[in-house]
Design a protein around this ligand. Sequence first.
Ligand code: AP5
Length: 217
Amino acid sequence: MRLVFLGPPGAGKGTQTRLLARRLGLAQIATGDMLRANLARGTELGKEAQAYMLRGELVPDVVVIAMIEEGLDSIADGFVMDGFPRTVGQAQALDALLEQRATPLDAVVLFKIERSVLVSRLSARWTNPRTGRTYNTLTSPPAVAGLCDEDGGPLVQREDDRRETVVKRLEVYDLQTEPVVHYYRRSGKLVEIDAVGSVEAVADRLATAIGIEHARK
Ligand code: AP5
């Protein structure tokens, strides 16, 4: 199964990507995580991306498309893309890359959610940078504050989750990523889910939308 998850920052794409990928044995492709990993390693790519990310802007298409292309051959059998594509240029590039490989997308899932929920979700988000597992101090806190339940590693807050940067990221979503929603709607691949509610409730809706049963197994 080849899927793309679309939706504004904080909609829960990353949370559902990790659950579904684990459950179905799919590769996870999260461009935000890939860029942050480059940043942490101090690579040239990471240095180039840093300023854009801190401002809440998109990293140039050419950088992220190259990053996706590099890994695509090894994962074309099944994947969930979280955070890519985010511009129509990226969507067209992805279509071309998948067409070359005769591995088209099965579905694009749009996570629908009101703006008011997003800022509070993001300001309460804590992440294990080693595994990408996220917590929310309001709705799903770790058992011990500041430490990951899975490996005991320290949890951190993302620099771009500051309120003013979140507002900017939402503006960027409206301007540059909303057109991607229309692009996939026209292609007939778009399915929409209500992303409000518990993580389990959203996982159930997602499973129904993509035709998978028994999501909680
Ligand atoms: P990226 O890392 O992709 O961030 P994003 O798209 O803004 O999405 P988020 O990770 O903020 O939110 P999410 O929807 O994954 O929510 P999550 O599951 O974590 O991108 C960061 C930056 O990198 C960009 O700004 C850009 O600069 C750059 N970039 C990345 N990709 C790019 C691209 N393709 N092109 C150009 N630039 C790119 O959940 C959020 C919180 O809510 C968590 O605390 C979670 O525990 C909680 N939560 C989740 N689900 C629920 C629920 N159902 N109920 C209650 N709480 C929930």
